[in-house]
Design a protein. Structure first.
Length: 384
């Protein structure tokens, strides 16, 4: 095509020049041929260099000499590539600002394979990581992992692990305090830097997957609603924690409660990270026995995007033993009957239809449950 354009331009040129009799037509023909040959040779040479470069490096890295036609793509790639290292030195303020860049054009001008970001909010080690390794195995293009642990914690994952170098810059996060919400926003913000991440699931070190990767992935990708626990509790642990000083932003009928373990889509992830309207109110007027991490996101999201909320979580937990904390399961608890009971048909709504699959994850499992979980994973949880 390039050749044709050049020839026709040359043709126009030559007719003008012939009229003015500056250049004899024979020289012009020769020059045209020369230009055509030159361009052809250039294209061929670029192609050969590109082809052999790809072969030489086994298709893994980018070609060293890029052909001129791919230039535009590389320019775009700079924008769509996730950062090479998760250990950046941006402050939260810088990070949150950067994370909220969002394209205004709906259609992506490149092939975008949406991923699920699995965000682990932990104190330090991930004792159930061997189970998760099996869960992730073989689905490398479809997930990314982020870990927020106590600052100073040195993870010792091998380079072959899916958790290797997946730590993000972390700060102390205390249960029931705003620092916990800060950590969750920090996880979301870091995960938002990768444009392929479409769903964002918050997990802890005591969480386990209940289904194989395929089911989990499809369940999230096909959902119209984000999974955030959100309900109106009229009692002392619900509305009783409301402080009228935030009435301008949140009135008592809008006050919501829900466990912190969410799975949200990209739109809500950006809403959470970019919020500057509700954050100061919850920071100042929902302190200590208010347990801000149970109210801030559910309330804010229900006010701003009620139509995007499933109002339920996908993380199963057992409150049946009573008390301030849900049950923690130990080695002796994890039997075939127990896992079957968790997986047993329940009913909930999924995309406005009754569904028997309501939970994708479960907590709280202590480190010594690893062995029985690995044993039952192939038959009950569906991954080897
Ligand atoms: C971050 O690191 C870069 C170079 O690695 C340095 O130039 C910059 O000053 C650092 N910024 C902060 C806020 O530490
Ligand atoms: C997941 O789905 C893909 C294609 O749909 C299939 O090739 C693969 O075997 C599935 N994996 C599991 C663990 O079911
Ligand atoms: C709370 O705010 C909502 C929405 O603005 C409004 O419809 C409702 O009447 C308010 N309730 C009270 C008790 O002020
Ligand atoms: C979740 O709750 C909000 C407000 O409380 C409501 O508008 C929305 O329809 C609910 N979502 C679903 C899926 O029922």
């Amino acid at each position: 095509m390039q050749d044709r354009v050049l020839t026709s331009e040359d043709g126009k040129d030559s007719s003008q020049r012939t009229q003015s009799r500056v250049f004899p037509s024979r020289i012009l023909k020769f020059l045209t041929l020369f230009v055509v040959l030159g361009v052809g040779f250039c294209v061929l040479a670029t192609y050969i260099t590109w082809y052999f470069n790809l072969r030489a490096i086994g298709f893994h890295a980018l070609p060293v000499i890029k052909p001129c036609v791919v230039e535009e793509q590389s320019e775009l790639r700079r924008w769509i590539k996730p950062p090479p290292s998760l250990m950046h030195n941006m402050s939260d303020e810088e990070l949150f600002w950067r994370a909220c860049f969002a394209p205004q054009v709906q259609k992506y001008p490149f092939k975008r394979v949406p991923k699920v970001a699995f965000m682990f909010l932990t104190r330090g080690p991930l004792p159930l990581s061997p189970l998760w390794e099996k869960f992730f195995k073989g689905h490398e293009e479809l997930y990314s992992i982020y870990i927020h642990s106590l600052p100073g914690y040195q993870p010792n994952f091998l380079p072959s692990s899916v958790f290797y170098k997946r730590q993000i810059p972390s700060k102390v996060a205390e249960w029931g305090k705003m620092s916990m919400c800060d950590a969750e926003r920090r996880l979301l913000a870091n995960a938002l830097l990768d444009l392929s991440n479409e769903w964002f699931a918050l997990l802890s070190e005591s969480c386990i997957p209940l289904y194989n990767f395929n089911i989990t992935y499809q369940y999230l990708m096909r959902s119209r609603y984000s999974f955030v626990g959100s309900f109106d509790d009229p009692g002392p642990h619900g509305r009783g924690r409301y402080n009228p000083r935030m009435t301008r932003e949140v009135n008592i009928t809008q006050w919501r409660k829900g466990a912190q373990w969410f799975a949200v889509n990209r739109k809500l992830a950006i809403d959470i990270v970019s919020d500057a309207k509700y954050y100061p109110k919850f920071r100042d007027f929902c302190r200590s026995s208010c347990y801000v991490d149970e109210h801030y996101f559910p309330t804010m999201l229900t006010i701003e995007s009620p139509h995007l909320m499933a109002n339920r979580t996908v993380t199963w937990v057992d409150w049946s033993r009573g008390g301030a904390h849900p049950a923690t399961f130990g080695r002796a608890d994890v039997t075939e009957a127990f896992l079957k009971k968790i997986l047993k048909r329940k009913s909930c709504f999924y995309n406005d239809q009754p569904s028997s699959v309501c939970f994708l994850f479960a907590r709280k499992f202590s480190p010594n449950t690893l062995e029985p979980l690995l044993q039952f994973a192939p038959s009950l949880l569906g991954f080897k």
